[in-house]
Design a protein around this ligand. Sequence first.
Ligand code: BGC
Ligand code: MN
Length: 361
Amino acid sequence: MIKQNDNLKYEVFVTDQVSLCRRLFTSPRFYVVFLVVQVAIIALVISMWDSDSYSTGQMVVITDRQMQEVLFNGTEQHFYFTGYLWDTTNTTDGAHISKCPIISPYLVGYRKPVINERIVWEEVLEKYKAVRCDSHFQPSNCKARQKVALIVPFRDRYAHLEVFLRHIHPFLMRQQLDYGIYVIDLDDKIKFNRGLLLNVGFIEASKEYDYDCYIFHDVDLLPENDKNLYRCSDQPRHMSVAVDKFAYKLPYAAIFGGVSAMTKDQILFVNGFSNKFSGWGGEDDDMFNRLKHHNMTVMRSMDDVSMYKMLKHKQSDPNPQRFKLIKTGMKRVKEDGVKNLQYKIMKKTEFPLYTYIKITF
Ligand code: BGC
Ligand code: MN
């Protein structure tokens, strides 16, 4: 109960409050603080919105350190248990020849890429017991555990392609893979489109051979450690984890660019890449969102194994539309991808070291 005396105190208190409020609202300092707080809130909302295209959200990204350890130190049983780098060799086909060991005896681990290495191809083939069969290479004395297509989007970078081929062939032979390399080029009149070219590479390589695994590979990235196994897993893999250009650190958690590996089923499940990212950037972020959208997990190798050297080049102009495309990407997953892609082949040449395909519309 409020007594008279208390009432008085209360009134004084209320009038104090009212005059405090009045003083506050008429004080210029209050408006300055109010404005600053508002600007800070708006900036925070914008930054959250923007980084949304790059955030992993609910997506689980597994670093497969444990799996790599099992792989290199464990037994064959451990290998099957992890489900990692599973075996896709069909026992009925090529039964006369035994499967290659899980870990190839030719692996050397870390080796700094030599840019202008002189290669005598016959010697390399002999050393790693590899043979060329149609457009792909395979071990001559055992059955590879996976058939892998390397898809390389390309425009006018022959100097890089030469260095890449000299580096990657012996690297893949040391891993005892059955592999083919597909270099996919686009009509010069059309703006470069990495996602679209990767889709084309997937479609064209699938027509040539029954590949299990597709590795999407930038021409300027050279893997430095051959324990970075070029195989697919039961979830999509992001492989170029530690690139020298980014001080061997991931630039952001949701990155899926550079080098990534997906099986045929994984690619078809998410309808491949978007075809809408003309110019530089974003198509890999959109793929990350596609994986997230389909409740998949990204596997990332250990950064001490997944080290890459990037060949120097002028940075292309980023596509300013990419953020908008990333934001609206999930509305288009069904109709924008590998399933509905139309194109014409302008040129197709089977060179000894790679298949070159140039397309137009
Ligand atoms: C682009 C990606 C690119 C990454 C790293 C991002 O801003 O959207 O496409 O892979 O930067 O260069
Ligand atoms: Mn590059």
